[in-house]
Design a binder for this molecule. Sequence first.
Ligand code: GLU
Length: 301
Amino acid sequence: MAAAYRGRFAPSPSGPLHFGSLVAALGSCLDARAHGGAWLLRIEDVDTPRNVPGAEAAILRTLEACGFEWDGPVLRQSGRLEAYAEALERLKADGFAYPCACSRKEIADSATRPAIDGGLAYPGTCRAGLPPGRSPRAWRLRVDDRPVAFDDRLQGQVVQQLARDVGDFVLRRADGLFAYQLAVAVDDHFQGISDIVRGADLLDSTPRQIRLLGCLGYPVPRYAHLPVAANAAGEKLSKQTRAPAVDAARAADELVGALRFLGQPAPAELGRAAVRDVWSWARENWSFAAIPRRRAISLPA
Ligand code: GLU
């Protein structure tokens, strides 16, 4: 028998729930329920300077107004710092993690290759040990040039060579905060997640998470990266592009919009029905095969 399905939705409280996050919440929840699986909620508040006061409460209120029901208690990354510290200690002991003394400026001055996320690939200055007289600022994961490949249920085969495309990446930042990549890998294992369904903006991060899971000796989940909503100019709708917050007072209509975005032909009049009727329609008619296999879809202006 296949392992039990456990899915999750993991918003960051850096703003209210916007359309793209609603799509990720809905897609991950409906896929979990279609498999008779659990669906967990995790608040990714590890990057504390980006947390916006009140955003977590607003996200939970909007999810509730939209009729989402998650299993078990909400997991907050701010309560998991010991687990991240323990994982980092293990990575150090196993020779995967090393201290880095480089400042942002030093990296900018010495890096020669762009990274896949638009930044710069770390040139490896501190790989063989800290230069004399320098103290550690951050901790990095040592990567190599073996390709990391996975079969995404929607996006097909993805291959990345971490040494070339990313470089040794940060696990603990100079300000002492644990990096998202470490926290997410540790938590997905802790919560027993079998299936990750999330926006395709995270596709390029996935090989880093797979490598980390491997270094920690944890199994790799299945992945499905949903198309992200973009504006007419092709830019991802996000807080930075001023995506509007999901309007909880129009929850049924918002859910219908998210269903249609995911290729599910929900009738427009369902947007005027009760939220529970939208969920009944969605659970009866959900078709994973109908989700567009694209990284981004532009919404009309
Ligand atoms: N917290 C991330 C975000 O809001 C999502 C991470 C994930 O789903 O793995 O973009």
